[in-house]
Design a protein around this ligand. Sequence first.
Ligand code: NIG
Length: 409
Amino acid sequence: MARTLLIDHIGELTTNDETVGEGIGGRIADAAVVIEGDHIAWVGRASEAPAADERFDAEGRAVLPGWVDSHTHMVFAGDRTAEFEARMAGEAYAAGGINVTVNATRTASDEALASNLNRLVAEGARGGTTTFETKTGYGLTTDDEVRSAKIAGEQVDAVTFLGAHVVPTGMSEGDYLDLVTGPMLEAVAPFVSAVDVFCETGAFEAEASARVLEAAAAYGLATRVHGNQLGHGPGVQLAVQHGSLSVDHLGFLADADIAALAGSWGTTGERRGTVATVLPACDLSTRMPFAPARALLDAGAVVAIASNCNPGTSYTSSMGFCVATAVLQMGLTVQEAVRAATLGGAIALGMHEDGWVDPRGNAQPSVGQVRVGARADLQLLDAPSVTHLAYRPGMPLTAAVWKAGERIA
Ligand code: NIG
């Protein structure tokens, strides 16, 4: 029998289950949760909670699911302080800076890359993140992409192959596309669950991006797209046409893009649509327009919020900061932003339903929600409600974090 832990005296519990609580957050006042081993065994009113082996008193504070950070690039070496300074002095962001990080990453040892990743994962966990996706994409040789994927797989929940990040210096696009859709993909495929492509002028145009997505599908891998980050473009439409799990960035959307993302969910449930992932810290840090998250939600799209932690465009792992920015700058309510940063991210990773087996044959837990059977990923705020995440922006409100039932912060 696994150890049970009762967390009670929860002032406000966000479940993301509208059938058990109030509003889109499925909020329950005066609540309790019982964890059994690595999963949630009971959720409800504190007055009705069963006994457990151990008890944690939340002292009237807010509990919510751990953040699901569904878009990061955390396997890298070096930083890009000089580029950031130049940007703050008026230069525009361009994809070319990626090759600076590629050069630093290629010369770094496995240990240095693992240790930097560990630092960022630990930092995110202290801020309440319990599920991390991360991408390769700063290696861009077969060996460097494979080692990036292996290093990531040791520390994060979902690994995405982003060989199609940019064409590396010294190669033609044609030769690199042959490599990234051929031998490189074949070598990396066993270590990843999805493939991503940076569909943008200066990276990969529509035709090249489609080739990457088709090659991924031939390997049975899920797909994602970096789209519409630097200007209007075909990224969203490509992602929807290819049934990608998510399309991320979205600073420049036409009405037809918003309609396509909303329409991708059809009327029969959430499994098959494309999540619109917005990256508020990246929009801020690159001084680009904020993605129209309000319009996306109003149209019926499923929205996720992620940190996009990387050294070029968004050097933060703080999901709390991203949630506050989404509320203060993108027009979301706190409930909407919290849901997008938890359940939204889980849907973007395909980790929201019980019993999903990823393309590598690994059964995945369900995350991003507080319901019986889900992985016991919870965070306690030093505040009475999630509203304080935006009401007190920038404050370190995370008081405790559990991942798979273990206290990690
Ligand atoms: O998601 N847009 C492409 N990739 C990263 C940035 C990478 C970089 O500049 O190092 C992003 O913002």
